[in-house]
Ligand binder design. Structure first.
Ligand code: SAM
Length: 340
């Protein structure tokens, strides 16, 4: 029988963070002047990541997304992509990147077997990009998106976190830009996850507001069904252009969540909002067999009852999830350690 958690959710989608380092400092993710990093010797090697991925696939995982931090900072990433792409059980292999280093990497990633790519881009304005990320890398990201479009991935997506007063006046332009490069845009509601220390409820632009803004500009918008366990609700403009909204903050979708996350040092997290996870590096480095790893993963998943985003809805005075002092003590609480 297929492995399911306490709410009947299967283990399907594994997000693997390959580094906690990043070459941007987005204000909604890494707004602080300095950070506590994972010790380098704790980072899983590509062989260790492949061993763990095999254990996960034994239990039904068939979708893998490589993330970070910024995954393209990890040296030799195409060799990990090649190893994962060679696993028949991995039916879908994707990468999420900020795009800064993508122009030089896209073709190699495609050749190594990467199926799909998502680039995070919140604005089409260079000065705004610099204000939001603290780096003047806008042109590099656009070049990265162009290179990804040329590399011929099965799909190219652009993810934009929408923040009131920062980029909520660019929704239509972002969709049009996506259309021009053959990418589907997905708007992400600003989440109060660890690391978002400046999060405020008022800064969240809800799915409802996003749809109102877009229909005022483009005309009537139709839902596109069949979301399944994917995080985005999909919609179509009157001309057929599709886009998505990930409404994790105002309309969470925990009931369908088949995702879990492996940090770069091997901590396995059941939810973006989880306070702690399961250390898989320790048993792995202590010589656990494949069967023992499978058994451990199976036991933990069978007990999973996380529905972090839904629980946040019940909080009256919603503030940043994790206080700064706690983030300084445990890098695992940070979004940039967990991957998005
Ligand atoms: N560096 C890569 C990138 O930029 O895509 C991968 C890691 S990043 C943590 C993954 C995604 O999480 C990005 O799309 C980012 O915009 C999103 N993200 C980070 N903090 C967020 C927040 N507070 N609310 C919503 N999305 C957030």
């Amino acid at each position: 029988m297929a492995l399911v958690d306490r709410f009947g959710r299967p283990l399907r989608s594994l997000r693997i963070s390959v580094t906690d380092r990043c070459n941007l400092r987005c204000q909604y993710c890494m707004p602080e002047p300095d950070y506590v990093w994972l010790p380098r010797e704790t980072l899983l090697t590509f062989e260790e990541i492949a061993t763990l991925t095999t254990a996960f696939t034994t239990l039904g995982a068939d979708r893998v997304r490589i993330t970070g931090g910024e995954p393209l900072l990890r040296r030799n990433l195409p060799s990990l992509v090649g190893a994962l792409a060679a696993m028949p059980a991995v039916r879908d292999l994707a990468l999420t990147t900020n795009g800064v280093l993508l122009a030089d990497a896209a073709a190699d990633l495609r050749r190594a077997g990467l199926h799909r790519i998502t680039v995070s881009l919140d604005t089409l304005d260079r000065a705004r990009f610099q204000a939001m990320t603290r780096f003047d890398e806008h042109a590099a990201v656009l070049a990265g998106i162009d290179a990804a479009a040329r590399a011929g991935f099965d799909s190219l997506k652009i993810d934009s976190v929408v923040i009131r007063g920062r980029n909520d006046d660019e929704l239509g332009e972002l969709i049009e830009y996506g259309r021009s490069v053959g990418a589907e845009v997905r708007f992400i509601e600003y989440m109060d996850v660890g690391g978002a220390t400046k999060w405020q409820r008022d800064a969240v632009v809800s799915q409802r507001e996003i749809l109102e803004t877009l229909s005022a500009r483009f005309g009537s918008i139709a839902p596109v069904g069949g979301r399944g366990s994917a995080p985005a609700d999909r919609f179509a403009l009157p001309d057929g252009t599709t886009f998505g909204i990930i409404a994790s903050t105002t309309q969470p979708f925990c009931a369908d969540c088949d995702r879990s996350r492996l940090t770069a040092d091997g901590v396995w997290l059941m939810c973006l909002y989880a306070r702690a996870g399961t250390d898989l590096r320790r048993p792995l480095r202590a010589g656990a067999t494949g069967d023992e790893l499978v058994h451990l993963i199976q036991t933990v998943w069978a007990q999973r009852a996380d529905r972090g985003a839904e629980e946040r809805l019940d909080v009256d005075r919603r503030e940043p999830l994790i206080p700064l002092a706690a983030l300084k003590k445990d890098a695992h609480l940070e979004m940039h350690t967990r991957g998005g």
